[in-house]
Design a protein around this ligand. Structure first.
Ligand code: DQA
Length: 149
C-alpha cells in the first residue's frame, strides 16, 4: 500500500524555523523517519511539500487515481484557512490523519480552528517530529496493517 505524506507552507524551513515552537528537526529528517517506519509496516510512503494551496489540492485530488490508500497531512497555515484543501480531502475519500508539530490548541486563538480536521480520521498535534510517527501508526492501524516483527 502507498501512503501520501503531505507538508504545507513553510515546513521546508523546519530545522531553522522558530525552533522553540517547531523543534530543530529538518523536514528531510522527518520524511526519512516516516519512510523508514513505513517500511516496517510494508507501507510505501511518498512525500511532497508545497507552499502552494493549489498544488496541495491537486495532489490530494489525484491521490485515489494514483493508488494511495491513505494520507498524512500537515496543512500548516492552510489548516486554519483552506476550504479548498478540506474539500479535496473529503473528495479523495481516503483515510487522512492531520499532523501538527505544535499543539495548535495551546497557541494563538486563530490556530484553534482547523478547517481540515473534520474530514480527517484524527489529529496528532503537539509532539514535534514524533507527531508524524504517531500519525503513521494510527493510519496503519486504521488500514489494518500490522508492524512486521
Ligand atoms: C503547524 C501549525 C500551524 O498553525 C502553523 O501555521 C504551521 C505549522 C504545526 O505543525 O505545528 O505552519 O501546522
Amino acid at each position: 500500500m502507498k501512503i501520501l505524506l503531505l507538508n504545507g507552507p513553510n515546513l521546508q524551513l523546519l530545522g531553522s524555523r522558530e525552533p522553540d515552537i517547531y523543534g530543530k528537526t529538518t523536514l528531510a529528517s522527518i520524511v526519512a523517519d516516516v519512510i523508514g517506519l513505513g517500511k516496517k509496516f510494508d507501507l510505501d510512503v511518498e512525500a511532497f511539500q508545497s507552499n502552494s494551496e493549489g498544488d496541495l489540492v491537486t495532489i490530494i485530488g489525484d491521490a485515489p487515481r494514483n493508488g494511495f490508500s491513505g494520507i498524512i497531512i500537515n496543512p500548516a497555515a492552510y489548516t486554519h484557512t483552506s476550504v479548498a484543501i478540506r474539500d479535496a480531502i473529503a473528495a479523495a475519500a481516503l483515510p487522512a490523519v492531520e499532523v501538527h508539530l505544535s499543539n495548535i490548541n495551546s497557541r494563538e486563538a486563530f490556530r484553534h480552528e482547523s478547517l481540515t480536521a473534520p474530514v480527517c480520521i484524527g489529529v496528532v498535534a503537539g509532539f514535534g517530529a514524533f507527531s508524524y510517527q504517531m500519525a503513521l501508526r494510527a493510519l496503519a492501524n486504521k488500514l489494518g496493517v500490522a508492524e512486521k516483527i
